[in-house]
Design a binder for this molecule. Structure first.
Ligand code: ATP
Length: 232
């Protein structure tokens, strides 16, 4: 579904991503994990068309989409939930969801479905989004992406800054989205949690893939445990 080949992302002289390759098969949940600054967001932004890669290719459903601008990729079904959620605080919950419908893929009729799926958003639909808790704002950011009817959902650090119970809820939603047939590429610092949810994982270290494999195997890999997972 999504294939990234020899991706290089640089900001001036800083090489954030050096020759990263990975695959996201249709219907799977693949995660990129790694420490702060490992290059995860840069990879995701290059895939989503927000950053132009210095080199390498991104293939989506067999088409070369390298360097295609984000708005065209959203229209094709590649939809990102950005790091830090980026909801519009002074707009209402409903207005934020309407923003997910601006392009031809957008489905206004999915907004009521989102209230069904996330009742807390339905209850607060007329409130300013900025008044929601961090977890509710994350749900809103995910719901706004789902309104755009994604083929592939790109999630950047959805558990960032959330309490453990709320993190559980966010991961339950991610697993449901995947169970509904949406392909998911998940970037996370919470490696253990992400690998538990994923089929396949890639561990990034200073802009390169240090380990990759079936997620369950990575969770048992001594090198990965020592460097990224630690004791529970
Ligand atoms: P985080 O979890 O903190 O977002 P990350 O693994 O997603 O980390 P990136 O955000 O991709 O990593 O950053 C990788 C490297 O690129 C870091 O050294 C970072 O400082 C640098 N970097 C990221 N964005 C820019 C930018 N716009 N300009 C210059 N350097 C950047």
């Amino acid at each position: 579904m999504l294939s990234v080949r020899d991706l290089v992302v640089a900001y001036g002289h800083v090489q954030a991503v050096r020759s990263v390759s990975f695959d996201v098969p249709r219907g799977s949940l693949v995660t990129l994990v790694g420490a702060n600054g490992a290059g995860k967001t840069s990879v995701l932004n290059a895939v989503a068309g927000l950053v132009r890669p210095r080199a390498g290719r991104v293939l989506f459903d067999g088409n070369d989409i390298t360097g295609t601008p984000a708005h065209r990729l959203v229209a094709a079904g590649l939809v990102q939930v950005p790091e830090g959620r980026e909801i519009l605080a002074t707009l209402t919950v409903e207005e934020n969801l309407q923003l997910g419908t601006w392009h031809r893929r957008g489905r206004p009729e999915r907004i009521p479905q989102m209230y069904h799926r996330f009742p807390v958003l339905g209850d607060r639909r007329h409130l300013q989004a900025g008044s929601l808790s961090g977890g509710e704002q994350q749900m809103l950011a995910i719901a706004r992406a789902l309104v755009a009817d994604p083929v592939v959902l790109l999630l950047d650090e959805p558990s960032m800054g959330l309490a453990p119970k709320v993190v559980d809820e966010v991961f339950r939603v991610i697993e449901e989205i995947r169970a509904d047939g949406t392909t998911v590429l998940l970037v996370e610092q919470n490696a253990r949690r992400a690998l538990r949810a994923a089929d396949y994982g890639y561990v990034l270290e200073t802009g390169e893939v240090a380990h990759h494999g079936v997620a369950a195997d990575l969770l048992r890999d001594e090198r990965v445990i020592e460097a990224y997972l630690g004791l529970e």
